[in-house]
Design a protein around this ligand. Structure first.
Ligand SMILES: Cc1cc2nc3c(=O)[nH]c(=O)nc-3n(C[C@H](O)[C@H](O)[C@H](O)COP(=O)(O)OP(=O)(O)OC[C@H]3O[C@@H](n4cnc5c(N)ncnc54)[C@H](O)[C@@H]3O)c2cc1C
Length: 460
């Protein structure tokens, strides 16, 4: 390793260079997940593809490891590193929307909150993350699950093209006709093949008002409610979406004071379509039981997209397991509820999301593999600081193990942890897609410059 001083890059570089002496070093070196606390040699805040090219050149010349950052939400902490170079694409916030064609070009540094605000000016949207400060870049490349997925598929299903800087510094535009293999790989292959500087999406008419909201029931109702929710969702039209979550009642004003912090069962309801039709379609679920909180009505899509924000404030620590469930039989529900009794941290969320609809796609035309299951669970242990870390991780692993009889044992790449190994990634893609990804890696990144991610190593 030779010089890592910011001045070594300064000539060719338009953006900010943040080294350990910079007053904002801590802001830019940190990931969302504070369980990962890394100290890179340099953060290169890139303004466009030329900056990315210069940063990659600098990393190569100085034998620096590279991590790539969009919104910084990588739960396994891949968007920072120790002693290496962070290629930070978050300054790229350009937005260009063609309302007639219903398409848009978006800088790789946008968050979902920023993209949603821009597209909703025209009543348009693309499937986006459920927490608004998640980055467009990482989510599009490696998972793309959101409230719109039953209607419009995962985010990558709406990707039309991407501008990419490859490991050797080429600036390419990949779409279905140009660099088609690379385009296939960017739709679900994660950050393995290059640094994306711009995404072009097909946009869909959504909102601006949707019928949506949340219900909060006591945990004692969870057994009956989860069964009702399963039966309701499994026959619901694609417009109906949402999630059921085992959580602690949040300390929020809308929650009655006496139940704050108590074990609860929350239900998010969203109807992606006409407000009046949504009210009718969701009424059996909204009217069910005697919830502590029933807060459902017409609301802006941009508000729907922030409903979960307060549950994962910046600065928390997180450990997760995510898996698909072909079915959700009563035994699986009872097992999940029994496991939930042992939750070790009050911010922890155990979320069940319905799949189906357009998320059921048989996606040969993209790297992303979503099995044809009815459910996916997100087991997210969330805590502050480092207190009880091992306990929280052990609980998450024990939940995952207990649910194994009903699970596929697979996940999309963004939800595969750093401790889960290549085998789970390989199984999740399946052998054919994985082999194709390795061939792509050999072609576009044979030296594995982009290794800090859910990595597909080159064959060599
Ligand atoms: C609170 C929270 C909520 C979430 N909600 C959802 C959800 O609703 N749906 C869902 O699908 N996922 C969700 N996720 C997971 C999320 O999709 C991934 O963590 C994703 O990687 C975050 O993208 P980012 O740009 O913020 O991440 P970053 O940490 O910036 O990047 C993650 C990885 O993506 C790659 N990457 C980032 N930017 C680029 C780029 N410009 N070019 C090439 N590669 C790049 C790199 O490999 C990087 O390591 C959530 C995560 C968190 C922490």
């Amino acid at each position: 390793m030779t010089s890592t001083r910011p001045s070594a890059l300064a000539g060719a570089f338009q953006g900010d260079l943040i080294g350990p002496d910079h007053p904002e070093y801590d802001t830019f070196r940190r990931c969302f997940n504070r369980d990962h606390d890394q100290h890179p040699a340099l953060v290169a805040r890139c303004t466009g593809p030329e900056d990315v090219r210069a940063a990659l050149h600098h990393a190569r010349e100085n034998v620096l490891g590279v991590s790539v950052r969009g919104g910084g939400h990588s739960a396994p902490g891949y968007s920072s590193c120790d002693g290496g170079l962070v290629i930070d694409t978050s300054p790229m916030k350009r937005v260009e929307i063609d309302t007639d064609a219903r398409t848009g070009r978006f800088g790789a540094g946008l968050t979902w909150g920023e993209l949603d605000a821009a597209t909703q000016e025209f009543g348009l949207a693309v499937t986006g993350g459920r927490v608004s400060d998640t980055g467009v870049a990482g989510l599009t490349l490696g998972s793309g699950s959101g409230w719109l997925e039953r209607m419009y598929g995962p985010t990558a299903a709406s990707l039309l093209s991407a501008e990419v800087v490859t490991a050797d510094g080429r600036i390419l535009r990949a779409d279905a006709e140009h660099e088609a293999d690379l385009f296939w790989g960017l739709r679900g292959g994660g950050g393995n093949f290059g640094v994306v500087t711009e995404f072009e999406f097909r946009l869909h008419p959504v909102g601006p008002l949707l019928y949506a909201g949340l219900l909060l029931h006591p945990r004692s109702a969870a057994g009956a409610l989860t069964r009702f929710y399963r039966d309701f969702m499994e026959q619901a039209p694609d417009e109906v979406t949402g999630a059921l979550a085992l959580i602690s009642a949040p300390p929020a004003e809308f929650v009655p004071e006496q139940v704050r912090g108590e074990p609860a069962c929350g239900v998010i309801v969203v109807y992606v379509g006409d407000v009046a039709e949504g009210e009718k379609a969701l009424s059996p679920l909204v009217e069910w039981g005697d919830p502590w909180v029933r807060m459902v009505g017409p609301m802006p899509y941009t508000a729907v997209q922030t409903m979960l924000d307060a549950g994962t404030p910046v600065g928390v620590s997180e450990y997760f397991k995510v898996d698909y469930l072909p079915e959700l039989p009563d035994e699986a529900i009872d097992t999940a509820l029994a496991q939930a009794e042992g939750i070790t941290a009050p911010l922890t969320q155990l979320i069940f999301c319905p799949m189906g609809g357009a998320s059921r796609l048989d996606a040969d035309h993209m790297a992303l593999s979503i099995p044809p299951t009815k459910w996916v669970y997100f087991c997210l242990a969330i805590w502050w600081g480092s207190d009880g870390r091992e306990r929280h991780i052990d609980w998450t692993r024990s939940f995952h193990a207990a649910m194994r009889p009903w699970a596929t044992g697979t996940s999309v790449p963004n939800f595969i942890g750093g401790d889960e190994g290549t085998a789970r990634l390989r199984n999740s893609y399946g052998p054919e897609k994985y082999a194709r990804l390795v061939a792509l890696k050999d072609r576009y990144d044979p030296d594995n410059v982009f290794a800090l991610n859910q990595n597909v190593p080159p064959s060599g």
